[in-house]
Design a protein around this ligand. Structure first.
Ligand SMILES: [Zn+2]
Length: 495
């Protein structure tokens, strides 16, 4: 399957996408879809519960960090029951087997629910929890390993605090089990422990357990600790939600069937424009403009070059990287296949769940697509290894034209983001006109291998401290994203 998109369009797209990546990976705050924010399971209607079930199934399927197991899912109607379509960034076999087995368990349980007493619920939830903890073993270990340095940092901070209050010492004792090596080989135990401590006051955003006072500036160690405890809770949370859904909405599982789509293999990287220059890029960013906008834009690019920012060299480095292999993300493989398939979506809800929020390009691709798919969550980061889905050669010219229009719209979105970034740099440069450290404090990060193998991103990257040209790094919304899921407003808690 090769792309029918014109090489000229793809070359323009990749040039401006790479420029945007060099200017900074994060394009704004995380965008959250509203349906998953409700904290109460018993208030969810069928559509919301189906979306929630699909999301948590995707999260459990995504068993390793790095992007290869990112899983997308959509539900269509079939006379025998719901038909769950999935696509995976990488290899399908293990995920398909896990999903088929899990849905079979849920289907069997859904049948029993109508006549069985509720005392079996706990053991069923435990069975699911054990199954999920097993497939999530590698990811759980990774989260646990990440957590260790933050636990150590907090322990040191507690020890160094001038007055060791009782609360301070209590915090140190609370941190102790989170660094114990005895949990390393037991993913089940790690997830259980995280679930037990998830609501501790020591994790509160507005409270510092070391000083015993309010927090005015959140430190990275506590933010990361809170985030990772939240990630470790995902296994228990999924088991609980799916067990609940079995009883409340058995129709989501009765007669369920799985259809899997393979994402196309990564393709060779596109080539750059010959003689790549800042004026050449500027002219292509503003193809029909001779206004002062173009001149201002070009002047900022040139000034950054003069100040040693390696902006154009940074773009060239991306093009030259041997590891650059553009890849279609799972949610778009599913979207184009289902758009061509024209099947009936459950409740006409054209929703594609995914184990990770959409990246910047997937989000704008979905938003611009004429298929009318629901807008997903978006982490708003750009990946230069992103690729538009290739349509089968038998695709009608109507669908091919539609995709060309979607890609033209995406090029405009990326250009607009580039212009905004450059505009922000210009404002910052004026503010620090006399500073010797101002702009040069921001360096274009090294590009070599920075995204290799991470086609859809992992949320932990928000804590990587990558230094982009513009200060648009992690936001409080990112850091506390798990907190919103922990909110409980009566009823049956989502967590
Ligand atoms: Zn994506």
């Amino acid at each position: 399957m090769s792309s029918h998109l014109k090489p000229k369009l793809l070359r323009r797209f990749y040039e401006v996408l790479i420029l945007l990546r060099v200017l900074g990976q994060v394009q704004g705050e995380r965008i959250r879809a509203p349906d998953l924010e409700d904290g109460s399971l018993d208030r969810l209607d069928l559509k919301q519960m189906r979306r929630l079930v699909m999301y948590h199934l995707c999260v459990m399927c995504d068993y390793e960090k790095g992007g290869a197991t990112v899983t997308a899912m959509a539900a269509q109607n079939h006379p025998s029951g719901p038909q769950y379509w999935i696509a995976v960034n990488g290899s399908l076999s293990k995920i398909r087997k896990f999903l088929v087995e899990t849905l079979a368990s849920l289907q069997a349980r859904a049948g029993e629910t109508l006549s069985s007493p509720s005392q079996t619920t706990t053991s069923f939830e435990q069975t699911l929890f054990t199954k999920f903890a097993e497939i999530q073993r590698a990811r759980t270990k990774t989260y646990w390993d990440f957590m260790q340095k933050h636990v150590k940092t907090e322990l040191k901070r507690a020890e160094a605090y001038p007055t060791r209050r009782a609360k301070n010492l209590g915090y140190a004792a609370w941190l102790e089990p989170l660094q114990s090596s005895r949990h390393r080989i037991d993913p089940h135990g790690l997830c259980e422990l995280a679930y037990q401590v998830r609501r501790s006051s020591y994790l509160r955003v507005d409270y510092d357990p070391v000083s015993g006072g309010s927090v005015f500036t959140e430190n990275e160690a506590r933010s990361s600790l809170r985030h990772l405890v939240g990630r470790l809770c995902a296994v228990k949370r999924a088991a609980r939600i799916l067990t609940y859904a079995c009883a409340s909405h058995p129709q989501l599982f009765e007669g369920a069937n799985v259809l899997a789509l393979k994402c196309p293999a990564a393709t060779p990287a596109p080539s750059a424009y010959p003689g790549l220059t800042s004026s050449g890029i500027s002219n292509r960013v503003f193809p029909s403009s001779s206004s002062t906008e173009l001149q201002d834009f070009q002047a900022v690019l040139q000034r950054l070059e003069d100040q040693g920012m390696r902006l154009i060299d940074g773009v060239r480095d991306y093009y030259a990287s041997k590891d650059w292999r553009p890849k279609v993300h799972a949610e778009l493989t599913l979207l184009e296949a289902l758009h061509a398939h024209q099947g009936n979506f459950f409740d006409n809800d054209k929703y594609i769940a995914c184990s990770k929020p959409a990246c910047f390009c997937c989000y704008h691709y979905i938003c611009a697509h004429p298929g009318g798919f629901a807008r997903p969550d978006c982490h708003n980061k750009v990946y230069h290894s992103w690729q538009p889905p290739a349509l089968p050669s038998t695709t009608s010219s109507k669908l091919k034209d539609e995709q060309s229009r979607v890609m033209n719209s995406l090029v405009q979105q990326v250009r607009q983001a580039v212009v905004e970034k450059v505009s922000n740099i210009r404002r910052y440069a004026k503010w620090h006109a006399d500073s010797t450290t101002g702009l040069t404090a921001f360096t274009v990060e090294s590009v070599a291998g920075s995204e290799v193998g991470d086609h859809c991103g992992d949320e932990e990257e928000v804590f990587s401290g990558a230094s982009d040209l513009v200060e648009d790094g992690p936001t409080q919304a990112d850091v506390t994203s798990d907190g919103s899921e922990e909110s409980e407003d009566g009823g049956v808690s989502l967590l």
